[in-house]
Design a protein around this ligand. Sequence first.
Ligand code: IVH
Length: 672
Amino acid sequence: MTTQSIENQLNRLRDKLRYHEHKYYVENQPEISDADFDLMLKELETLEAEAPELITPDSPTQRVGGAVGFGERVRHYSSMLSLDNTFSPEELTDFDRRVRQMLPEEAVEYVAELKIDGLGVSLVYEDGMLTRGATRGDGEYGENVTANLRTIRSIPLRVASIDSSPTLMEVRGEVFIPRDCMDGINRERVENDEAPFVNPRNAAAGSVRLLDASITASRPLDIFIYTLGYAEGIEIGTHSESLALLVEMGFKVNPSTECFPSIEEVIDYCHRQTAERENIAYDVDGIVVKVNSIAQQTELGYTAKSPRWAVSCKFPARQTTTQVLDIDVQVGRTGVLTPRAILDPVHLSGATITHATLHNEQDLHRKDVRVGDTVVLERSGDVIPKVISVVKEKRDGTEKVFHLPDHCPACDSPVQRSTEEVAVRCVNSECPMQLKRRIESFAWRSALNIEGMGPAVITQLVDTGMVTSVADLYDLQRTDLMKIERMGEKSADNLIREIEGSKSVPAARVLFGLGIMHVGQSVAELLLDRFSSIDALAAAGVEEIASIHGIGPKLAESVCHFFQQPANQQFLQRLKDAGLQWEADDSPAPDISQESFFTGKTFVLTGTLSQMARSEASKKIKECGGKTTSSVTSKTDFLVAGESPGSKYDRAVELGVDILTEEEFVAKLPVD
Ligand code: IVH
């Protein structure tokens, strides 16, 4: 056979496979069985193996492998903006009013689409071939994830040609995982000793950023394209025209998209979709409403971070009911006893809920939650589930009223009830449970930032008696840590390094880490802005402290009380002797008058930075108007990863948090 005829045969086979891939993955209307598809793919693979020089990157056999630049930071052709949120029909009407005010006398048409709760990505096609796929990142720069996006079979590696195919084109869409695939993925993760994903969004984000594209290929990822971002040489009049064009080119566009001449009909659509929400196979967190005319979009323009021609309408928080199997009691770092409902496990917004806090005895009795009750649970986004109310009609008389115990469940000492506050406390300063919580908050809560000092390690340190005070952490030796179950040499070294590193954390965060009642992160900063050091604060009287704007007498009293306790004085001396920062940071107040990349963003630092200490990086972020926290949550905007990042890195990947290398981070900092 001549090369030409082999090539023709290969092309015919590829076209057929592309056609069936499109039928199956984009249109959900397969025409042949999976087995027949696989046979055809095998045939192509065999032929290509015989003529490897004829393999093209857009061949259906080339979904895994073959992309370069994975993980690199790439600049988007135009910013990937976010949307302003609305939560009610009134707010949508306001949006409509604003739009019409800017477009007097003009008819306005809206397109309403589902807001898919996944990972926003950009796909670049050059001469019809997919050449780059990137995450949204900070909107301006994303992460090159081409190799992984190529494995998603609803993404065409080559677009179908249209009348005047653009030479350069960028499309944007949302990668997601259908809800019913979560169980399978999580079962596999648990078997591999990995934490299950809390919801489909995290699963999608984690899968797209995996280093091994063959694992990504095994995940049931899918995509809906919602924007034709840039298309050289193509003139488009409306957003709906661009969606039609995208469909023509072979992209998967959400079929629920509709066009309306008035906001009332859009609101109607929102109501219909909200009612349908549970029946949709993937997570949708609201509706996106866009002005259809591109000319009008241009006329309306943008604010600093979002377009004036589009808005999202968020769905209300999801609720469900379940049974309270029992109520147990947790002891916090200041000894407060907190009742917690143990629930019949229930699925809500992509997570299995097994516990919910009942806050305090008063709240528990106000809601009248009893053991055996059926309760309404609510969870919005990633936040902790809340017990909203009790379904009293479901009671059968066997429910048991719960009272907080008279003795601490951890150390058995009598608890203190005061008439002044709601909280019931264990006042035993040696209560092991309180100590564990104190170490936890000392190490984790935006305080001393000791990575690796997690609940399991803390439990062992306290239960074995190695640590009987937070200050003992600074006496720990490598050999002590090695006695801890599952603690290897490397982890012990890392933990010692982390403890050492915490000595450079600014004094305000040390103060916060002490766990003084009512002294949160910002109060700690306020106190140290006024007093030059922790010692100066310790020597101050109630009135002097209370004279600070923003500090009330109750808080001032709590601070004084803490420093007056002889046991605390000893403990503080030990921390100071260990070398912790004690003096207030007297660098100039942060200049946040100018908007910067950091303004309003939350960062987490992990691993060893080579150009500066973590505390210095943290200070710089603050100076630029951002903030740093110690643990990665869905609210984290960026993780700055230095050398040998630990579990925070994995958590960031899991949650889809954007990751900056040290170089990228330094490049964002203003030049001194
Ligand atoms: S339009 C400027 N349409 O929601 C236009 N976004 O806050 C912005 N999203 O990160 C995007 N479904 O990843 C648009 N049908 C849809 C969407 C959608 C999900 C995501 C997108 C973006 C975020 C906007």
